[in-house]
Design a protein around this ligand. Structure first.
Ligand code: GDP
Length: 692
């Protein structure tokens, strides 16, 4: 028969994972008693070990949901805290310490907490039982205890002593039963005494006759009766048992037996009273099994209803779509790797070249501005010039060493600007930002943990490769620092390309002027300010002071804008001129390179970019494409524990809800299955019993 209780307790524990709803639970035995009534001693006598928190101050601040698991045929005795993940604790004094710490963690201001501590104890010497130990009732509030403590304990106990739970009401024999707080509480919720077991402790402290009359009390008759116990271990033994893990039950029973058998008249086998810890244990097992069996049907109905609700929700909200935390992670990871693969196919040498060339174009423009396009305009025009509009500019001498030096210096500045680092940074940044974009489009977007893991996976590989890549690139462009060998084809391409660069730069200048015009307040206003700035620049008059107050009737801010507009206007003029020059026949010929630094530097930049890209491809990109998916597997795959996977999946509130419905449904189905097979087992047992 006992296997039924074990299975029902198992079901009870699974149900606790489903939710807190009391209709969804199987009954348990709730232990109540006032402080010092001997409550702990009774529980420890049943378990066979000292394991409950002790101390002058009230230490039990949280309910302890105690599951006793009988393990016949095994010597091992141990406790487990399923919520703490400490594993099997074989030392009972360590269980005691843990319980004490958990209780002390409840802040004094809160008095007590209704969040139960779950503890299971497995041993060949314990019966299969489910007990809930509650804080002891207190009579008087201690001087350093909060006033509402008494009230709060009483409220907490009231929550647990509701039907269908069995109440184990502990009272001490040396206190009048009429004054027993435990019995008074139980009477309020169980007035007909149908689900209360009365335990009278400290039977050794009263006269046997008096003890006898307590146990046969008619004031508050209990259907399940009273049991008298002497559950204190004999004094010398108690210290001894504390140290070892030896069984306490035997010592207590021996002590108890010798007391009760010394008074055969009152407590002997002829007497109608029930005494002794082992009698109590048997009664508890029997009553629990009966009570659990009795509520099995109603619990199963309630579960059935819950299951129907969960099934409906699953269908309506989630279209019966299966999902597990692992499958969700695996799918998300696959999806991400897939989109990464697409990116890898689209991002190669040509794309890196374009990125790098764009960056170098900017550097070339800066160089040109600094070395050629500064004021006063250095005229690069060769002596014979067409078209006409350039004809009036002063001519430059193509043989002049001045122009040669200037171009050589500019080229050298370009090749020595630290291409290795620049190229590696540009490409690495671009990869990193593409990875961020991919995350943004993936289902990882709502998972901070995964986002970080992926970003770090990318940056760790890129950082690892950074120095060697930039060194390699720098080495391979070294020859260009000494000599640049250019072909006609390259020149032609440069001439073509730089026109686009100049046109874009011109458009940017004009756009910026337009913006300034708008912010200044229109074309006319801009013209006025510009006129003033130009006159000031030509030295027609001096703008006084530090200009901060402004001049000529214009505010300082307006003048600053005017100066900026003048700069942009001049730059645009130069660029227009240079565009004409680049387009002219002169610049079609590579021999005229000193007059066409724009074309020459552009062609050099292209050479630099092409060479850099060859090495970037080998040293950085291929490495990254190979390692990144592996790094992802490492950080988001095998490496994660089940709990981490679950935690990850539940970061997304939608997924969390979806998973929870499924998990709830699965648990309920599991429990229903178990109840079904239990009912069959019960039926068979009954048949066997009837057949006898
Ligand atoms: P709790 O506060 O209700 O948990 O009570 P305890 O189990 O800690 O017991 C309070 C005191 O009563 C302790 O000093 C126990 O040793 C003592 N005690 C418990 N049971 C008995 C008993 O059956 N007989 C005697 N004489 N003392 C007992």
């Amino acid at each position: 028969m006992m296997v039924l209780t074990k299975k029902m307790i198992e079901i009870r524990n699974i149900l606790q994972r489903v939710g807190q709803s009391s209709t969804l639970s199987l009954p348990s035995i709730v232990v109540i008693g006032s402080q010092s009534s001997g409550k702990s001693s009774v529980l420890e006598a049943i378990v066979g070990h000292e394991f409950l928190p002790k101390g002058a101050n009230m230490v039990t601040r949280r309910p302890i949901e105690l599951t006793l698991i009988n393990t016949p045929g095994s010597d091992a005795e141990y406790g487990e805290f399923p919520d703490l993940g400490l594993g099997k604790v074989t030392d009972f004094s360590s269980i005691q310490r843990t319980l004490t710490e958990l209780n002390q963690a409840v802040p004094a201001s809160q008095c007590v907490s209704d969040d139960p501590i779950r503890l299971s104890i497995s041993s060949p010497n314990v019966p299969d039982l489910s007990l809930i130990d509650l804080p002891g009732y207190i009579q008087v509030v201690g001087h350093n205890q909060p006033l509402e403590l008494k009230q709060k304990i009483s409220e907490l106990c009231d929550k647990y002593i509701q039907p269908p739970n069995v109440i184990l009401a502990i009272s001490a024999a040396d206190v009048d039963l009429a004054n027993s707080t435990a019995l008074r509480a139980s009477r309020r919720v169980d007035p007909r005494g149908e689900r209360t077991i009365g335990v009278v402790t400290k039977m050794d402290l009263v006269d046997p006759m008096r003890g006898y009359s307590i146990l046969t009390d008619k004031q508050y008759p209990l259907r399940l009766g009273y049991v008298g116990v002497v559950s204190r271990a004999p004094a010398p033994a108690s210290g001894l048992f504390k140290k070892g893990n030896a069984n306490l039950t035997t010592a207590i029973t021996k002590n108890e037996n010798s007391f009760f058998s010394a008074h055969p008249l009152e407590f002997g086998s002829e007497s109608e009273v029930a005494v002794g810890t082992s009698t109590l244990r048997k009664k508890l097992m029997h009553v629990l099994e009966q009570t659990m069996s009795a509520s099995l049907q109603s619990t199963s109905d309630a579960i059935q209803q819950e299951l129907e609700e969960a099934t409906y929700e699953f269908k309506v909200q989630y279209n019966d779509r299966p999902l597990s935390a692992e499958s969700y992670l695996a799918e998300s990871l696959d999806g991400f790797k897939h989109s990464f693969k697409q990116f890898a196919e689209e991002f190669g040498r040509p794309q890196m070249h374009e990125l790098l060339k764009n960056e170098l174009d900017q550097r070339v423009l800066d160089l040109l501005a600094a070395r050629y396009w500064n004021k006063p305009i250095l005229d690069l025009s060769p002596p014979i010039l067409e078209p006409d509009n350039l004809a009036d500019l002063p001519k430059a001498d193509p043989e002049s060493i001045f122009w040669h030096r200037r171009l050589d210096a500019s080229t050298s500045a370009l090749t020595k600007l630290g291409i290795g680092r620049l190229a590696t940074t540009v490409v690495a940044n671009s990869i990193q930002s593409r990875v961020d974009q991919l995350i943004g489009q993936s289902s990882f977007v709502s998972h901070p943990y995964a986002r970080q893991a992926i970003t770090e996976a990318a940056s760790s590989i890129l950082n690892d490769r950074f120095y060697s890549t930039s060194d390699q690139v720098e080495n391979c462009i070294k020859p260009f620092k000494f000599d640049i060998d250019m072909e006609e084809r390259e020149w032609a391409q440069g001439r073509e390309h730089v026109q686009g660069v100049l046109k874009r730069e011109l458009a940017a200048c004009e756009g910026a002027i337009k913006d300034l015009e708008t912010s200044i307040g229109g074309r006319r206003k801009l013209k006025e300010v510009l006129g003033f700035v130009d006159k000031a620049r030509k030295g027609e008059f001096v703008v006084e002071g530090d200009n901060s107050i402004g001049a000529g009737g214009f505010s300082a801010a307006l003048l600053a804008k005017g100066r900026e507009a003048a700069f942009l206007r001049d730059r645009a003029e130069i660029i227009k001129m240079r565009l004409l020059a680049v387009k002219s026949k002169q610049c079609a010929n590579m021999k005229n390179k000193y007059h066409c630094p724009e074309v020459f530097l552009d062609a050099v930049a292209t050479k630099l970019a092409s060479t850099a890209v060859l090495f970037l491809n080998v040293e950085l990109l291929s490495e990254f494409y190979y390692n990144f998916p592996r790094e992802l597997d490492l950080r988001l795959g095998r490496h994660l524990s089940d709990e981490e996977v679950e935690k990850f999946a539940k970061e997304d509130p939608k997924i969390k809800k979806h998973l929870e419905v499924i998990q709830r449904k699965e648990l309920l189905e599991l429990v229903l299955d178990k109840i079904e097979s239990l009912k069959q087992l019960e039926g068979r047992e009954r048949e066997k019993g009837g057949g006898k």
